[in-house]
Design a protein around this ligand. Structure first.
Ligand code: FES
Ligand code: FE2
Length: 399
């Protein structure tokens, strides 16, 4: 046992794991994240004004042209750098406020109004742009090498007859979470914190099933697209409850309905896909697409979508003061306070952290695929095989 005091610890402080956490262009994880479609805003957020977007450390502007097409382009105009957040939206594209150059959603320069009509100079200009795709109420971008653009995946929990999808920002760690994306993403593979943080420490934030320790048993398994945890417990009434949550490499996940109860169906697949999208190395934004429960032909509004800023659960009141966050800490306090970028070399991982360790290993495997010139897991190019199976869900065996 090390009996030293904290003296000298500052000098011994290790660096963060840059390989797994940093997201800028040219970094290993930045490259991996760029191989997947990433959500960057809600569909409803693209109205008649451009919107500043910062994602993976890049400053961009998102917009919807007058014909309804979405675009994501460099924030600075290719002419002389004015921010396109001040541009005007037109039917065919977006017009820079400074000298009126007009660009379409793929960055082509359609007009340079002050140039003579015979000028060909607009053909030599291309505003930097990324492909976009709208799905389920979110707008996604592909920011990787153009020749490697994958098909847009279809998660099998979001499709089917009479599916009603809703999309919203996940503001449970703040409107923008003030920390690195990975410490939030790997939280979903930490089945102990649900019992402790969300039940024992801060009172029942979801349902008491999270805290019913009974004879709890944890398993962690790899899947073709990432990994799952399987948490089984015997409830005090004798029922066997199983909760499976899932992380997709690198930054998507599926968590089962956290309000599942004894009254719920015996078995239900998760109705949610979420993403933790890096704004840059130390800030993160969250998005959910949720398939609404439909009862008697009517979609039931999402409870999670009602969550107040900084609250994980949609049933919890907002906290107004620092003292309230101390008395009832939530995911935001637990994860943002790990630091701007949690330092793995300072942790003491134990057996119940197996999910966190496994997820980091799965991310490394993704990085290794890139090094070998292969597609990382979950990337598809076969249109007849677009579906990603979601294993996450709740089930109960009643005795
Ligand atoms: S800076 Fe955009 S048109 Fe001149
Ligand atoms: Fe949590």
């Amino acid at each position: 046992m090390n009996e030293r005091t904290g003296y000298g610890r500052i000098a011994r402080r290790p660096q963060e794991n840059a390989e797994l956490t940093h997201v800028e262009f040219g970094t290993p994880m930045g490259e991996l994240l760029r191989r997947y479609w990433q959500p960057f805003c809600l569909s409803e957020e693209l109205q008649d004004l451009p919107r500043n977007i910062r994602i993976l450390g890049e400053n961009l502007v998102g917009f919807r042209d007058g014909n309804g097409r979405t675009g994501l382009i460099d924030r600075h105009c290719a002419h002389r750098g004015t921010s396109m957040e001040y541009a005007k939206i037109e039917p065919e594209g977006i017009r820079c406020c400074y000298h009126g150059w007009l660009f379409d959603v793929e960055g082509r320069c359609l007009e340079q109004p002050a140039e003579p009509p015979e000028s060909k100079s607009k053909e030599n200009v291309r505003q930097a742009w990324y492909p976009t795709h709208e799905y389920g109420g979110l707008v996604f971008a592909y920011m990787g090498p153009p020749e490697l653009q994958p098909q847009f995946p279809e998660y099998d929990n979001l499709v089917g007859d009479d599916v009603v999808l809703t999309a919203y920002r996940n503001i449970s760690r703040g409107t923008v979470a003030e920390c690195n994306w990975l410490q939030i993403q790997e939280n979903a593979m930490d089945p102990i914190h649900t019992a402790f943080l969300h039940q024992t420490i801060s009172g029942t934030q979801f349902t008491h099933l999270f805290g019913d320790h009974g004879s709890r048993k944890l398993d962690f398994e790899e899947t073709p697209t990432g990994m799952i945890y399987i948490r089984k417990s015997t409830l005090s009434n004798g029922a066997e409850y199983t909760r499976i949550a899932e992380n997709f490499v690198p930054n998507a996940r599926s968590i089962p309905d956290p309000y599942y109860s004894e009254e719920s169906p015996d078995s239900e697949q998760s109705r949610l896909i979420g993403w933790w999208v890096p704004v840059d190395n130390t800030r993160t934004m969250g998005f959910h697409i949720e398939r609404l429960r439909v009862i008697d032909g009517k979609p039931v509004p999402s409870v999670l979508a009602q969550a107040q800023e900084g609250r994980a659960s949609g049933t919890q009141a907002a906290r107004r003061t620092y003292e309230e966050t101390q008395r009832q800490p939530d995911d935001r306090e637990a994860q943002v306070s790990q630091g701007p970028i949690a330092i793995h070399a300072m942790e003491n991982l134990v057996s119940s952290d197996k999910g966190v360790a496994m997820f980091r290993r799965r991310l490394k495997e993704g990085l290794e695929s890139l090094q070998k010139g292969e597609d990382p897991m979950g990337i598809g190019r076969d249109p007849s095989n677009r579906t990603i199976h979601v294993a996450a869900g709740n089930s109960m065996v009643r005795n």
